[in-house]
Design a protein around this ligand. Structure first.
Ligand code: NAD
Length: 388
C-alpha cells in the first residue's frame, strides 16, 4: 500500500508505519543522548501511552530510567485497505525497541475508562511486574462512558459565561479569521468534567490500590495546562479548565487515599505542544505557531520528549522540589516567562493572512502536525509500497 497523508481539518486519517517508527526512534535517541536518570521508577503504567505526552513518558521511563512499562491506549489497528492509527504504529515500534533493550513492554489497546481494561491491567501487572511504582495518567479523549451508570459524556471546548471571539488560523489555507464560540451550557460543563476531570484517574488508583499492585511510595502524575491570556477564555476559564480544576482536586483525594503506602498524586503543568489533542482546540494552533517562533529564537524550544525528560530528571526523580501555590510541578515555566509571553502578545496583535508565514512558525506547525502521523520525515520514501 502507498500511504499518503489524508487530512480533514485538524485530523489526519492516515498514518505511515515507517514514519511513526522513526518518530519513536528519534525520541529514544534524545533520551539516550541526554543520559540515564538515576533513582527513577522500575515499573511504570502509562494510561494514554501511544502518542503525545504519554508516549514520551513511556519512552523516558524505559530508556531514561530503565523501567518496564505497561501502556494503555485506544488505537485502530490496520485493515486490509486502511493503515492503522499513528498511536498503533508508535506502540508497536516502542514495544520492538523496548523489548530489544530487555525491558518488559506490554501494550493494552482498549477503553481506559472501562472496568474491563482496568481489570486487564491489574492481571498483567500481577503476572508480569507484581507492582508498579509510577502511574502516568495522560488521557485526552472526546468522550467517556461512565462504567457505573453506562451513560456516555462528551467533552466540549467552549467558554463559560460569555461568548468568546478571537483570531484564529485555518491551518490548511493559512487564512487568519475570527472564531466565535457560544458559552457552554451547564450540562456541557458537567460532561467535560466527567470526561477530562479527575474521576477516572481516581478510579484507576482505587482499583490498583485495592488489588495491591502499587509499590510503597508510588508516584502518580496527571498532566495539565494553563497557557496564556489569549487562550484563557477557551482554555483555563473554559470547560476544559473546569476539568483541569477537578484534576487538581482528584490529586489531593488520591494522595490522601495513598497515604497508607506513602504514595503521592502529582499534577504537572506542561507546555503547549503539537499533538492530536491540542490541534483540536480552537485558537491554539495559531498561538503555538507564534510560541514556537519565539521560543526557538530564545533557545527555549521544547517538544514532548524534552519536557518529559526534564520532568522525570529534575522534578519527579531529581532535586527540584519547587511547586506552585497549588502544589503543582511547573514545566511550563519557559512558556510562561514574561519575555516569551510579551513577544507572543506582540505577534498576536500584528498577525494577518499576509504576514503569517513571516512572523509565525506556521510552516513548522504544519510539519509537526504531519509528523505526528509519520509524514514528512527525511529519508522515508513515501512513494514506496509498505505493508500497513
Ligand atoms: P494525545 O492526543 O497525543 O494522546 C492521548 C492519548 O490518550 C493517546 O494515547 C490515546 O490513545 C489515549 N486515549 C484517548 N482516549 C482513550 C480511551 N478511551 N482509552 C484509552 N486511551 C485513550 O494527547 P496529549 O496532548 O499528549 O494530552 C495528554 C495529556 O496532556 C492531557 O491531559 C492534556 O490535557 C495534557 N496536556 C497537553 C498539552 C498539549 O499542548 N498537547 C499541554 C499540557 C498538557
Amino acid at each position: 500500500m502507498i500511504i499518503k497523508p489524508k487530512t480533514r481539518g485538524f485530523i489526519c486519517l492516515t498514518a505511515h508505519p515507517l514514519g511513526c517508527e522513526r518518530n519513536v526512534e528519534e525520541q529514544i535517541a534524545y533520551v539516550s543522548k541526554n543520559g540515564p536518570i538515576s533513582g527513577g521508577p522500575r515499573n511504570v503504567l502509562v494510561v494514554g501511552a501511544s502518542t503525545g505526552y504519554g508516549l514520551a513518558s513511556r519512552i523516558v521511563s524505559s530508556f531514561g530510567c530503565g523501567a518496564n512499562t505497561i501502556g494503555v491506549f485506544f488505537e485502530r489497528p490496520a485493515d486490509v485497505d486502511r493503515p492503522a492509527s499513528a498511536g498503533w504504529y508508535n506502540s508497536i515500534a516502542f514495544k520492538k525497541y523496548a523489548e530489544g533493550g530487555n525491558f518488559i513492554a506490554e501494550n493494552i489497546n482498549g477503553d481506559a475508562f472501562s472496568d474491563e481494561i482496568k481489570e486487564k491491567v491489574v492481571e498483567v501487572i500481577k503476572s508480569k511486574l507484581v507492582h508498579v511504582d509510577c502511574v502516568i495518567y495522560s488521557l485526552a479523549s472526546p468522550r467517556r462512558t461512565d462504567p457505573r451508570t453506562g451513560e456516555t459524556y462528551k467533552s466540549v471546548l467552549k467558554p463559560i459565561g460569555n461568548k468568546f471571539k478571537s483570531k484564529t488560523v485555518n491551518v490548511d489555507s493559512g487564512k487568519i479569521g475570527d472564531v466565535e464560540l457560544e458559552p457552554a451550557s451547564a450540562d456541557e460543563i458537567v460532561s467535560t468534567v466527567k470526561v477530562m476531570g479527575g474521576e477516572d484517574w481516581k478510579l484507576w488508583m482505587q482499583t490498583l490500590l485495592r488489588e495491591n499492585v502499587l509499590a510503597d511510595r508510588i508516584k502518580t502524575v496527571a498532566y495539565s495546562y494553563i497557557g496564556p491570556k489569549v487562550t484563557r477564555p477557551i482554555y483555563s476559564d473554559g470547560t476544559i479548565g473546569r476539568a483541569k480544576e477537578d484534576l487538581d482536586r482528584a490529586a489531593d483525594a488520591i494522595t490522601h487515599m495513598l497515604s497508607k503506602i506513602g504514595g503521592k498524586a502529582i499534577i504537572s503543568v506542561n507546555k503547549a505542544v503539537v499533538t492530536q489533542a491540542s490541534s483540536a482546540i480552537p485558537v491554539v494552533p495559531l498561538y503555538i505557531s507564534m510560541l514556537f517562533k519565539v521560543m526557538k529564537e530564545k533557545n527555549l524550544h521544547e517538544g514532548c520528549i524534552e519536557q518529559i525528560y526534564r520532568l522525570f530528571k529534575n522534578h519527579l526523580y531529581g532535586n527540584d522540589e519547587s511547586r506552585d501555590s497549588y502544589g503543582r510541578i511547573r514545566i511550563d515555566n519557559f512558556e510562561l516567562q514574561e519575555d516569551v509571553q510579551g513577544a507572543v502578545a506582540e505577534l498576536w496583535n500584528r498577525v494577518s493572512t499576509e504576514n503569517l508565514r513571516e512572523i509565525t512558525d506556521i510552516d513548522d506547525y504544519r510539519r509537526e502536525f504531519l509528523k505526528l502521523f509519520g509524514f514528512g520525515i527525511d529519508g522515508i520514501d513515501y512513494d514506496a509500497d509498505v505493508t500497513p
